[in-house]
Design a protein around this ligand. Structure first.
Ligand SMILES: Nc1nc2c(ncn2[C@@H]2O[C@H](COP(=O)(O)OP(=O)(O)OP(=O)(O)O)[C@@H](O)[C@H]2O)c(=O)[nH]1
Ligand SMILES: [Mg+2]
Length: 313
């Protein structure tokens, strides 16, 4: 399933060499791909089960893809991953998990080096979301024409997160190499340049882009829904709408810790239910004894603490 709009699911039936039967102007946004595009609704038997972009689904009914036809989604296949966030920016702090994208294997954390300025707390939270979903993170730094990447790169070096610098009009070779044959979901604040990148990577994408407000320094939330697009060289990218926050109420301490295998052993001596943030945490002594790099502990604590705050700015 590559896009959803008001209960209508745009699905792609991959087929070798078959050209889409819809003429381009009849295609919904995001349908710039080979294979047959079928629009479907959810079958009643699926009940309340959600379908998200990236899901592999089974279709019945009219799957011709002809104009004005509607198939039915009768089954959602088991997912290999699910990126989630708690929607505490949408309707209060209900902490309810919202699935974002299914079956992605790479989370591309898109951050502008300026305009809007980078917000490390947001990057940290998206990293935790990647750990939680068991998806590889990639830091993608945009707008290098406006500010240098050095400071951010140094901040994330202890975390071992790979990064690429990808500016508008600049070379995209590093990014393309990282995206090849993978299913990558682009996340980040509004206005950081996600759709600009998607348009540069997928010639027919036609994703709307808009400028960042000069007064507030915020983007305009130009993209309003997630869309999956096929890369010309193989692989998929999923453009998502800009988010103001990335709620992590559903993520446990253990999940974050799992992202730091070099520190796990040091927690054996911790008191039960240790938050690893304060008094009594055995990690201080473990690191002092030279078992792990102190910057790793600083990073772990930053992620653990950031997970609890509701505000990402
Ligand atoms: N100077 C500069 N501007 C850029 C660069 N990349 C993107 N922009 C501009 O940043 C603005 C926002 O870009 P979008 O691609 O719409 O951002 P987005 O992340 O998709 O935003 P939402 O859809 O609102 O989440 C546009 O005016 C782009 O032209 C860059 O490398 N350098
Ligand atoms: Mg966009």
């Amino acid at each position: 399933m590559v896009a959803v709009d008001r209960g209508r699911y745009t699905c792609l039936i991959a087929s070798s060499g078959e050209k889409g039967r819809r003429r381009r102007k009849d295609r919904p946004e995001g349908a710039a791909m080979s294979g047959r595009v079928v629009v479907a609704m959810k079958a009643r038997e699926l009940g309340r089960k959600g379908i998200v972009v990236g899901d592999r689904v089974a279709l019945v009914g009219d799957v011709s893809g002809a104009f004005d036809t509607l198939a039915r989604v009768v089954r959602v296949e088991p997912r290999t991953s699910m990126l989630r966030r708690s929607a505490d920016d949408v309707d209060g702090t209900d902490g309810i998990e919202r699935p974002v994208v299914a079956n992605a294997d790479q989370l591309v954390i898109v951050t502008a080096l300026a305009d809007p300025p980078p917000r490390p707390r947001m990057i940290d939270r998206m990293l935790v979301a990647a750990f939680d979903a068991d998806i590889d993170p990639l830091l993608c730094l945009t707008k290098p024409d406006l500010a240098p990447p050095d400071e951010l790169v140094a901040l994330y070096a202890p975390l071992g997160v790979p990064y690429v610098v990808a500016g508008k009009g600049g070379p995209l070779d590093d990014l393309k190499e990282r995206l090849a044959d993978r299913t990558s979901v682009f996340v980040g604040h509004s206005g950081v340049g996600k759709s600009t990148l998607v348009n540069a990577l997928v010639p027919d994408a036609n994703r709307a882009v808009s400028h960042v407000n000069a007064v507030t320094g915020r983007g305009r939330h130009t993209s309003t829904s997630a869309v999956a697009l096929e890369l010309p060289g193989g692989g998929w990218i999923i453009d998502t709408p800009g988010v103001r926050s990335f709620g992590l109420a559903h993520v446990s301490v253990e999940t974050v810790l799992a992202g730091f295998p070099d520190l796990v052993e040091g927690t054996v001596e911790c008191p039960k239910g240790c938050t690893h943030l304060g008094e009594g945490c055995a990690l201080d002594a473990w690191v002092a004894a030279g078992h792990a790099d102190p910057t790793r502990l600083v990073s772990l604590r930053r992620l653990l603490a950031g997970r609890e705050s509701a505000d990402d700015d």
